[in-house]
Design a protein around this ligand. Structure first.
Ligand SMILES: O=C(O)CCC(=O)C(=O)O
Ligand SMILES: [Fe+2]
Length: 415
């Protein structure tokens, strides 16, 4: 396995690995991925032709992207190398070291391609939207306390200098200079930004929510493997596993079974809240992320407040009254933010859903301000949810106490 400097990774939020794909593997990967690109391109074209899609993605998108872990399944035995790339020691082994996990599984496996016409620069961003997750600093403090829960890769099969990053920005808010620059022009270099200059077979691995930039989407040939690793993975399809070599198949089936089991611990955390048992709550969270600290509990509690709301919406609200994001929220499966979708919701009764939401509602309320806004560098639209700060009153102990009082700290009691 290639050697990596984890301390530097934690400090700067990214690492560049030179020559991580051996040259003999590069040709095999290019061929496998090109076969998949050809198949996906055919599907996009056909969908647009019969009116099932508004446009041919290949022709319309600034960054046409394959996602191998979502339908449709594009592969077969011949393209197994495109999947098995994710098991290589320089990818999976390095990711495990950086995550301080024994055996980290990949999450989504993707490929970013060049557009058919110039689209120029995208906007600087963090791949982060607090209403679906938690405030930036809640996320950052958990990283500082225990290391990252997720690492993401770009591994180009052809030379690629598209990506820029801002070293150190993964664990702090934007500086005034960064905000001024992004407000003036979100599509131009930001002070302190570093362009990654990757040759074919190099890789960059980074910690979201680092501030980063797709600096120029031109017609220059781009085939860049993209995706990540996390203990709490989820694959939307698993048909591809059957086409892998026996060893790789066993590994992926094992990862998939283990990942599915984590939903039981998500359920256990919620049942502990129903039972007002804070020790059991801490224990369930600790299985999901062993060794987590107080900041990790705060972060996960904020995520679970969304889960509780979705379960309440699933059971206790009239379907017709739900907004599109609320309806979507019920279905979303994203274990990294402790969302297991309807299968988890189905494990609770409407009465339990009501109590759960009552217990989490003070968390949801304290995470919102009176007016909505959107800060530079964040994705999504305006929202009342806090972008950066966690109110200091939101501590685990204050929240446990709110199960009796209905309020956190000096906050408003909820009705
Ligand atoms: O094109 C890249 O390398 C960056 C892509 C990116 O940041 C994104 O799609 O969110
Ligand atoms: Fe991004």
């Amino acid at each position: 396995m290639i050697r990596v400097d984890r301390d530097r990774f934690l400090e700067e939020g990214y690492l560049i690995l030179r020559g991580m794909i051996p040259p003999r593997d590069l040709e095999i990967l290019r061929r496998s991925y090109e076969t998949l690109v050809d198949r996906q391109r055919g599907i996009w074209k056909e969908e647009a032709a019969r009116g099932a899609a508004p446009a041919d993605v290949w022709r319309a998108s600034a960054q046409p992207r394959l996602n191998l872990t979502r339908p449709p399944y594009l592969g077969d035995r011949e393209t197994a190398p495109a999947f098995e790339f994710w098991l290589h020691e320089n990818v999976q082994g390095v990711s495990s070291v950086l995550l301080a996990e024994d055996d980290a599984p990949p999450t989504e496996m993707m490929l970013m391609c060049n557009p058919v016409r110039d689209h120029g620069p995208a906007r600087w961003h963090r791949d982060f939207y607090p209403p679906l997750n938690c405030p930036l600093l809640a996320y950052a403090e958990d990283i500082l306390e225990c290391g990252p829960r997720y690492v993401q890769w770009n591994v180009p099969l052809y030379d690629d200098s598209v990506l820029w990053v801002i070293p150190g920005s993964h664990v702090r808010r934007n500086t005034p200079e960064e905000n001024a620059s992004m407000s003036r022009d979100p599509r131009s270099p930001v002070p302190g930004g570093v362009q990654t200059h990757l040759r074919a077979g190099d890789g960059v691995v980074y910690i979201l929510p680092i501030l980063h930039w797709g600096s120029n989407y031109t017609t220059k040939r781009r085939r860049t493997i993209h995706g990540g690793f996390a203990r709490l993975t989820h694959w939307h399809t698993i048909g591809w596993i059957e086409d892998l070599s026996p060893g790789a198949r066993d590994t992926c089936l094992r990862w998939n079974a283990r990942a599915a089991g984590y939903m039981n611990h998500g359920e256990a955390a919620l049942r502990a809240v129903l039972a007002a048992d804070d020790d059991a709550y801490r224990h369930a969270l600790d299985v999901l992320h062993p060794g987590r600290g107080e900041k990790g509990v705060v972060k996960s509690t904020i995520c679970l407040s969304k889960t509780a709301r979705h379960i309440y919406n699933q059971h206790c609200r009239d379907e017709a009254s739900l907004t599109a994001p609320e309806a979507q929220g019920i279905e979303t499966v994203h274990p990294m933010t402790l969302q297991w979708g309807r299968p988890l919701g189905d494990r609770f009764t409407p009465e339990e859903a009501e109590v759960l939401w009552a217990r989490f509602k003070p968390v949801d309320e304290i995470m919102q301000s009176d007016d909505s806004r959107l800060l530079p560098g964040f994705q999504g639209g305006e929202t009342r949810y806090h972008f950066e700060e966690v109110p200091s009153a939101l501590t685990p102990d204050n929240w446990y106490a709110s199960w009796d009082t209905g309020r956190i700290g000096n906050g408003r009691a909820h009705s």
